[in-house]
Design a protein around this ligand. Sequence first.
Ligand code: FCB
Length: 408
Amino acid sequence: MFKFPGDFYWGAATAAYQVEGANSNSDWWEWEIRAGLKDRSGQACRHYDLYNQDFDLAKQLHHNAHRLSIEWSRVEPEEGKFSETGLAHYRDVILALKERGIEPIVTLHHFTNPIWFARRGGWLDRSSPKYFLRYVGKVIRSLGDLVRFWVTINEPMVYVYHSFYLGDWPPQEKSLFKARAAALSLVRAHIRAYHLIHDVYRRENLPAPYVSVAHNVQAFVACNAAPRSMAAAYIRDRWFNFGFLKRLIRSKSLDFIGINYYTRSLVEPANWGLRSMLIDTSSRSTLKKNSMGWDIFPEGLYELLVRIKIYRLPVFILENGICTGDDALRWEFIRGHLKCLAQAMGQGVKVLGYIYWSLLDNFEWDKGFAPRFGLIEVDYGNYERKIRESAVKLSQVSANGILEDEVN
Ligand code: FCB
């Protein structure tokens, strides 16, 4: 049995574009059409209209925190022109959480950009941090009195990898040089946003905020003992897990470390070429998988958390979840990861909370609506919600903070 601290945060996450619907001023919206995606985000989960109902369900599941994101293109649909309606909407959403005793954790950038920003060159434009800062300033001055936890950028490395290196997300670039440039813009944007948020809170006499990024980490495991595999696993771990993080730690721009953890990657480079070293993975893994083929490997979370302990900052699990048609496997996944989290906490890692991805089934980017990550099932025919059994089991843990030893 493990007892989580009384002030531990329990909840689930969403991202605006994946649940709200009708985000037609976003670069993803345009790209879905251009790329001819089979599933278009369309109305998504209609969360833009149904958020009250969704938060009632979260409350019923004993969540005391919820991570959401703000869609930049709703707040600033045209360059420099802010939408008061857009801002008022997010104020209502955050108030709806607070009325239910649920702590909002608010992400400012979750993969999507306004179309005007993308047309200016997006994150490859050297001025991109400046535009981001203007938007952040506006949001913080409008919502700062309601929010303590801010996540500036969701998974910068994942975004850079897909959008600028693999090229399977907009703007579909495939260049290490551009990936590096975009990563630098994101680092600058985060550091400046960190200071801006703190400045506004100080000026307005608000209690100090907690600001971080949501950093995706993966267990990179060599598929065999060959030097090439070992080297590739080492490089990816350095570059993907720790390079970016260390940069932010050095700049003292994290109040906690926001972690997203899903899987391990079994590394199997075909040759010593840079591209192969950075992207080739093995399909020979025998571990259980989610419905997108990602390995289920809770031990990786434990190992990474213990390594992150040296930075002496509290950690917040901001995403961890599984897409599956087998809800018993979902519970096995959650339970396995909570066990590893408990183990890491037993080793002295300070963890503020556990946020499951996701509250609802939703639009999984280029993979569309097929992957089912939700604690709550969404019927895309009539937008009805149904609580899954795994959500009830997790709610029993969040209700009293006790993780029993036996398999429940
Ligand atoms: C993470 C993203 C999130 C969702 C999950 C499955 O990388 O932050 O939006 O797509 O993966």
